[in-house]
Design a binder for this molecule. Structure first.
Ligand SMILES: NC(=O)c1ccc[n+]([C@@H]2O[C@H](COP(=O)([O-])OP(=O)(O)OC[C@H]3O[C@@H](n4cnc5c(N)ncnc54)[C@H](O)[C@@H]3O)[C@@H](O)[C@H]2O)c1
Ligand SMILES: [Zn+2]
Ligand SMILES: [Zn+2]
Length: 368
């Protein structure tokens, strides 16, 4: 079929919105008609060419939600008409990692996905017969996409897909970091560094876990106001004295849980140093630049602080994204507040510009 898609032709150049061919789903693959897709940092990062693992041409986009239009002959778990959220972090439920409660990093299709192919090592996307690679296994800057069924979470059809799409990446990453990776305990003190989509999600997740004190730190007053809306009890402007301030306000001890959601290694270090002696857990969500390293004084670890990282918030996508969407429908997470701009696919490059200027939290592409 003919589709309309935003193609990364060349690094550092605007995306080219154009017509492509999309082949039928095979085996356990599914054809999804996209309804909404968020514009995430990772799309912009890949488009810039800075990511050493990036490739082109490819159809970007990974924060998608839509409706199943057709299924391959071996599909078992979704059907035509189902509402789905795409999962760049799939869940096969069979690999060693999927069977363990300790991780959400499914290994079933990882290798081919990282190379830009569907699990059988080919693409469904072509232009004049030439293959165009898939991106993050999803390629959702497009009117339609073909993905493996293990990369789809079936969600409550009552959820507006414009909101549900945010669970495909940014929002699940933040909420999940607090709920699933760190497993914040009731009554605890939490510090979140960064109040973008991910940090605000961590604030909301800490609130859902019934943390008593949730400090959110950012450089923008506007974003700190949003943090208060999502549950932060204290909001501070970040800077050099942040660690000292956390220590001062916690009787010299530090916070039970800290979350880093800026991607800056200097802030990651602050998150480690602001974690409590004895049991403080510092969770890294941000993606640092190539070759950057995190400096930690080992004594901080010997005295009981722990450091961990979180990919997609530790969320096992097919099982837990639907649960998060239900909590949104129950009124526990104000997802709509994250959608700052609504744009069309043709305006995708403006979505990048808005993100670059830090104008709003999320631009969402609507397909109609
Ligand atoms: N781990 C994952 O699976 C995953 C998924 C999605 C995004 N990410 C990463 O998470 C990070 C955050 O993403 P986002 O979409 O929320 O980004 P964002 O740019 O919207 O938010 C980052 C925030 O950090 C703030 N900030 C900058 N310097 C600061 C400082 N010194 N102290 C405190 N705050 C500071 C900025 O003002 C901004 O509000 C990025 O690195 C992104 O690549 C990771
Ligand atoms: Zn993303
Ligand atoms: Zn798996």
């Amino acid at each position: 079929m003919r589709i309309r898609a935003a193609v990364l032709e060349e690094f550092g150049q605007p995306l080219n919105v154009t017509d492509l061919d999309l082949a039928e789903p095979r085996g356990r693959e599914v054809l999804v008609r996209l309804v909404a897709c968020g514009v995430c940092h990772t799309d912009m990062y890949t488009a810039s060419g800075v990511d050493p693992s990036g490739y082109a041409p490819t159809v970007l986009g990974h924060e998608g939600a839509g409706v199943v239009e057709a299924v391959g002959p071996d599909v078992r778990d979704v059907a035509v008409g189902d509402h789905v959220v795409t999962l760049f972090s799939p869940q096969c439920r069979e690999c060693e990692h999927c069977r363990s409660p300790k991780t959400n990093i499914c290994t079933a299709i990882r290798e081919q996905q990282n190379l830009g192919f569907l699990p059988d090592g080919t693409t469904r996307l072509t232009r004049d017969g030439e293959p165009i690679r898939h991106f993050m296994g999803t390629s959702t800057f497009a009117t339609h996409t073909v993905v493996p069924e293990i990369a789809l979470a079936k969600v409550n059809p009552e959820a507006p897909l414009e909101a549900a799409c945010l669970f495909a990446c940014g929002l699940s990453t933040g909420i999940g970091a607090a709920m699933f990776t760190a497993q914040v305990e009731e009554g605890s003190t939490v510090v979140v560094f960064g109040a973008g989509m991910v940090g605000l999600g961590a604030v909301a997740g800490a609130r859902l876990q019934k943390a008593e004190r949730i400090v959110c730190i950012d450089l923008s007053e506007e974003r700190l106001a949003m943090a208060r809306h999502h549950g932060a009890t204290d909001t501070w402007i970040g800077g050099d004295g942040t660690v000292e301030r956390v220590l001062e306000e916690t009787g010299g001890m530090g916070a039970d849980y800290t979350f880093e959601a800026t991607g800056l290694v200097g802030v990651m270090r602050q998150a480690v140093e602001a974690a409590r002696m004895g049991w403080g857990l510092a969770t890294m969500c941000g993606v640092a630049g190539k070759d950057e390293t995190l400096d930690v004084v080992p004594r901080l670890l010997i005295t009981g602080r722990r450091v961990c990282g979180s990919s997609f918030g530790g969320v096992k996508g097919r099982d837990q994204v639907p649960q998060l969407v239900d909590r949104y429908l129950a009124g526990e997470i104000d997802v709509d507040a994250f959608v700052s701009h609504r744009i069309s696919l043709e305006q995708v490059n403006e979505g990048f510009d808005l993100m670059h200027r830090q104008d709003g939290v999320r631009s969402v592409i609507g397909f109609s």
